[in-house]
Design a protein around this ligand. Structure first.
Ligand SMILES: [Fe+2]
Ligand SMILES: [Fe+2]
Length: 157
């Protein structure tokens, strides 16, 4: 996606979902091809954690609060938030590891499964509700998400 092309909030968030899915697939490929070379996968694991952390943060700061206002489904957002907490607990454990650690592959695989489930809920349930919510400006929200994402990525660099 070119830098200049504006995306609505759901498109922007789903582009992140797809990007991180590719990283998980690459991680699994490397783990399969050379199980003993855990050190080589450490940087990839850290990148996955970093991208997911920024993604969760922009959802929590901008997207979820806007949805709480716009759709009458607080329990869905509570669930999504709880799933973020579970993912963050796994991320904290992975980030705390010194490579090579034999538990890393298992934790990354648990994280991949948790994220896959969570993303499915966002795609199948939350995004469709967001798209029909009256008064929710998804383009404006997309711009806000992008701005915050750029800021957080800049801070991490
Ligand atoms: Fe999420
Ligand atoms: Fe998401």
């Amino acid at each position: 996606m070119p830098e200049s092309m504006p995306q609505d909030a759901c498109e922007l968030l789903d582009a992140d979902h797809i990007a991180v899915k590719h990283l998980f697939v690459e991680y699994a490929r490397q783990a399969m091809a050379a199980p003993e070379e855990a050190r080589d996968r450490q940087a990839l694991a850290q990148r996955i954690c970093q991208e997911l952390t920024v993604h969760a943060q922009i959802e929590e700061e901008i997207f979820y609060p806007a949805l709480r206002e716009a759709i009458a489904a607080p329990q869905l957002l509570d669930e999504a938030q709880a799933e973020h907490q579970q993912a963050k607990a796994l991320i904290a454990r992975i980030r705390g590891m010194r490579a090579p650690d034999p538990r890393m592959d298992d934790l990354v695989s648990q994280l991949a499964n948790a994220v896959e489930h969570h993303v499915k809920e966002e795609r199948d349930v939350l995004f469709p509700k967001a798209r029909v919510a009256p008064g929710l400006d998804l383009m404006a929200l997309g711009a806000q998400l992008k701005e915050r994402q750029d800021e957080l990525v800049g801070q991490a660099a």
